[in-house]
Design a protein around this ligand. Structure first.
Ligand code: PLP
Length: 387
């Protein structure tokens, strides 16, 4: 089949590829511990599920407005304003099936062919994929281990040129769990204002922070008008399969993003949106419990990894990933990933799944139970000792 040229520029998320391989091994009777996939292992809280069932029984089964149900957009605007200490209204909010479309839509709406977009590397692979796909130039900014996997602002400045139209930031970050400091955000904001560059702030892990509180670049002076906040329900409320996310952006852009949605998805599932109101306004104790549990697991996995000769691991402040350094084992990350799966029965992701600067690292998701994490650490230690 003769595909359009642009398809050769589209990347993917290898987490789903590894998951499929792991499932294949399980079908053959192998026991696999899943540390590859980026989704909470908790159930969606009961109050949210009940609201969705009510919504289905009350006929929320039809199309809705492209930008989202007014009541949900209002709720999101209120919550985003409160949580980030900014002032946005429903007209700034577009609700999407998962937060991922916000990346696609924002880049499509703002970036021309030949423009440059700076994105974190190692970072969520879809940024680079979409930038390439639309014919723009992806410019990686290295997340440096010596800076706790944050970016170096001087390096960022050195990458800016008149073609730079957007900087993507992701804090807390996938895959490293790093959190940008207020000082980092201020410096990035200064670069953005001085050079008239948009910021796509991927804040999908903003509630999963283990010390301090989340800071949004949108809350810095003059930044609201040049920032697109991406957030959603997948991680905070363990709702990956519900496909519910949103973007918060200047109104002129929100109107265009809604138009893209009309062309693509029409709208987000209406009953998911009704449940989304409950998620934001109802009891938050399930989120707090999940965060407490993740923190315990983070401490366990970081200590366990650092106990293995040849592996070193920073203690990240957010998300549910660790990104240990395996350079001294002398084995390429992608080979390490495939051998860990086939020989030790542990599904992980090579650091290079998150860009070229991920070489020498692997990503482990600790969205798995403490007994499984303990078992995985044990198997990992044996595997490393056998190298
Ligand atoms: N942004 C980052 C950094 C992510 O890791 C993910 C999911 O893995 C998303 C966005 C997309 O989340 P969703 O589309 O499920 O809301």
């Amino acid at each position: 089949m003769k595909l359009a040229d642009r398809m050769s520029r589209l990347g993917t998320e290898t987490a789903f590829v590894v998951l499929a391989k792991a499932k294949e091994l399980e079908a053959q009777g192998r026991e696999i511990i899943h540390l590859e996939i980026g989704e909470p292992d908790f159930d969606t809280p009961r109050n949210i599920i009940d609201k969705a069932i009510d919504a289905l029984n009350n006929h929320w089964t039809h199309y809705g407005p492209a930008a989202g149900l007014p009541a949900l957009r209002e709720t999101i605007a209120r919550e985003v304003s409160r949580f980030r200490d900014i002032k946005v209204g429903p007209e700034n909010v577009v609700v999407t099936p998962g937060a991922k479309p916000i990346m696609f839509y924002a880049i499509l709406a703002l970036i021309n062919e030949g423009d440059e977009v700076i994105y974190p590397n190692p970072g969520f692979p879809i940024y680079e994929s979409v930038i390439n796909f639309i014919g723009a130039r992806p410019v990686p900014i290295r997340m440096r281990e010596e800076k706790q996997f944050r970016l170096d602002v001087d390096e960022l400045i050195s990458l800016i040129n008149p073609k730079t139209r957007m900087i993507i930031i992701n804090s807390p970050e996938n895959p490293t769990g790093s959190v940008l400091t207020n000082k980092d955000l201020e410096a990035i904001a200064e670069v953005s204002i001085k050079n008239d560059i948009y910021i796509l702030a991927d804040e999908i892990y903003s509630r999963l922070i283990y010390s301090g509180r989340h800071h949004s670049i949108a809350s810095l002076p003059d930044m609201l008008e040049r920032t697109i906040i991406l957030d959603g329900y997948s991680k905070t409320y363990a709702m990956t399969g519900w496909r519910l996310g949103y973007g918060v952006m200047p109104r002129a852009l929100a109107d265009q993003v809604a138009k893209l949605q009309t062309n693509c998805n029409s709208c987000t599932a209406s009953f998911s949106q009704i449940a989304g109101i409950e998620a934001l306004t109802g009891d938050q104790s399930a989120v707090d419990k999940m965060v407490t549990e993740f923190k315990k697991r983070r401490d366990l996995i970081v200590a366990g990894l650092n106990d293995i000769e040849g592996i070193s691991c920073l203690r990240p402040d957010g998300a549910f990933y660790v990104f240990p350094n395996v350079k001294s084992l002398g084995i390429a990350s992608s080979r390490f990933e495939s051998r860990l799966l086939s020989e030790a029965g542990i599904a992980t992701l090579s650091g290079t799944s998150f860009g070229a600067f991920g070489e020498g690292y692997i990503r482990l998701s600790y969205a798995n139970s403490i007994p499984n994490i303990e078992k995985a650490l044990d198997k990992l230690r044996h595997f490393v000792e056998s190298l």
